[in-house]
Design a protein around this ligand. Sequence first.
Ligand code: LMR
Length: 328
Amino acid sequence: MKLRFLAAAAALTATVLAGPVAAEPIIIKFSHVVTENTPKGKGANLFKQLVEERLAGKVEVQVFPSAQLFGDADEIIALLKNDTQIIAPALSKFSKFTKVLQLYDLPFLFNDLNAVACFQDSASGKEMLDSMSSKGIKGLAYWHNGMKQLSAPVPLRTPEAAAGLKFRIMSSDVLQAQFQAVKANPQKLAFSEVYLALQTGQIDGQENTWSNIYSQKFFEVQPHFVESNHGLLDYMLVTSERFWKSLPDDIRSELDKIVMEVTATVNDLASKENEDAKQLIVDSGKTEIIQLTAEEKGKWRAAMKPVWEQFKGDIGANYVAAAAACSQ
Ligand code: LMR
């Protein structure tokens, strides 16, 4: 008995001499579905780097690229269950939680990323970051990827060429309507399944940005691309309201600053990432990239734009008008 008491006293003395036990760092898991050499992949890694420089010992960031931890089907639910703390899904993937973000999928709404930034920096664009707060999702920032390009086994110079073909889409009703508008057959499919589906002929074509087309090697299994720039692929960096509120004030405000800094970097590099990826695809010689004439592009616009009317009510006509004004 006495011996046990002495041992306990010795252990206590040792602990006191060693000083207070260091608090465990807060872990932030950042899960995403793309590779590390894309705008989002680079942004996630830069976020980790800056957090670990500035909040060393207090916060640790673990990045899981390429759907290693969670894929399209489960990442938002995982966020709400606190199994991951930051994700950045494409804006097209939030439609179960809000209808307003469907805005970003309207075909031919934005001419380019400058028009996108014009809207996102406006009061309406910023307001949309809060559109899912009642569902427990907190929008931290918009991250750019870029404009989407179409590909298929046939050259898609005009919308008629797409008729009857099966196109992979993200889980978005606007994108579904967009392909139905050209009499094609849209199929909702997780990002991680697209390459195999193209390779095996489960689907015929796809739409994505050059950086995703390059990093996922879609260009190796699609003989014809058109530089259509018909739609946007952008992200919302989100966390859960619960997790963000649970953070100590000083840590949360440092993280807010880091998010702003990383956002500026990602949004600066996105265009170049896509240009570089396009060049690598050209250099591979494995596929054809067709430039549309103004007339051909006009036909695509005329065929797809009626979709706006279908979704305007759910999105809010004021948002559609404000976003369209950025491309005038
Ligand atoms: C897609 O599913 O095509 C994209 O959302 C993937 C991504 O995150 O860029």
